[in-house]
Ligand binder design. Sequence first.
Ligand code: PBG
Length: 327
Amino acid sequence: MNPIERPRRLRRDGLRQLVSENELAASDLIAPVFVDATTDERVEIETMPGHERVPIEESVARVEEVLETGVEAVMLFGIPESKDEHGSRAWAEDGVVQEATRRITSETDATVITDVCLCEYTEHGHCGVLEDDAADDPRLTVKNDETLDLLRKISVSHAEAGAEMVAPSGMMDGMVGAIREALDDAGYADVPIMSYAAKYESAFYGPFRDAADGAPSFGNRRHYQMDPANSREALREVELDVEQGADVLMVKPALPYLDIVRDIREEFDHPVAAYNVSGEYAMLHAASEKGWLDLQETALESLLSIKRAGADLILTYFAEDIADELA
Ligand code: PBG
């Protein structure tokens, strides 16, 4: 038997690269950065090896490290000096993200994207204004429309500080429309919104909740984040965000939801982002520490698979390591 079709012909070095369909580039990657107003020195994040919470004074130095690898964009998360019922430090002019954003945008060329949410700022750790008696009644959690007013204020305060894009992650209904209107009214019609459009209620966020100190003190986020069983609902969520003016559509987490990335890629023409979350990072680190996996190789393969599924940009804790490797 002599097969005419021999796909192996193109797998030889040299030819293989010529016919490769997808490519990772440092310019597709966004590095999450944690700025912590409760500390005056860098603190390692135990659950996410290689990542730190840095004080505001170190935020520029931290972002310069990212830029040196070739990654040009960062996503800022803040840990405020104090928390309260409504998370008021989230929209304070001198809040941790606002302060870090001002410094980073004035002193570096990094593209600064900010996470717009309340869970790191509220004492109960939920992503918005609690219903009365929420702590005692598992059917209750966050009041949607009251929370929208706070998200408006947070987004405008980030834009005022110089954020180049805002990324609301709270999964409140109508959040993109509310934020778009608030930004436009405040004179920031040019600031785009990257919506965490299809954000699932995922156990893969575990290590992040340690990093950003944002675990809910009671209950869970099932009342607002999506059910992992659903895919049609993701398209509906995305469609609503598109109608409300979302500029970039994000899926989160990434690897367990590559089907969703693909579905959205096929249905919409907007840029699609995928968030390779803390648990996806921690898993590979834990296995590689045991000597069971090669960290760089598995990280590279994971990110490539996210691109292959259809993502244009990837938020990942591997950003710096992979950009170094690509360079
Ligand atoms: C909410 C937010 C979370 C993450 C990003 N933004 C936590 C959550 O929804 O519980 C998780 C990111 C990760 O796990 O890497 N502000």
